[in-house]
Design a protein around this ligand. Sequence first.
Ligand SMILES: [Zn+2]
Length: 79
Amino acid sequence: MPGEGKHVERTVVRCAEGHLFSTASFPMQNLGAGRIGPGRLIRCPQCARLRSAVPAELAKLSQDEIRQALRREAAEFLA
Ligand SMILES: [Zn+2]
């Protein structure tokens, strides 16, 4: 990832409504590209309710979208 020397530990995810935000606890390691199905329930900061969210494909996002998503962090994570 083209960074500015800052390591990003959060995962950018997309809720079922299309909002982009980030979470520190998404178990990205267990998700292969072909296994992104139903997603995980995460409280979307914009929906303000639990949504099924899947990891966003960073390659398809602009730097702005990624930056905004990283600023918008999910308050809680429920498996
Ligand atoms: Zn949302």
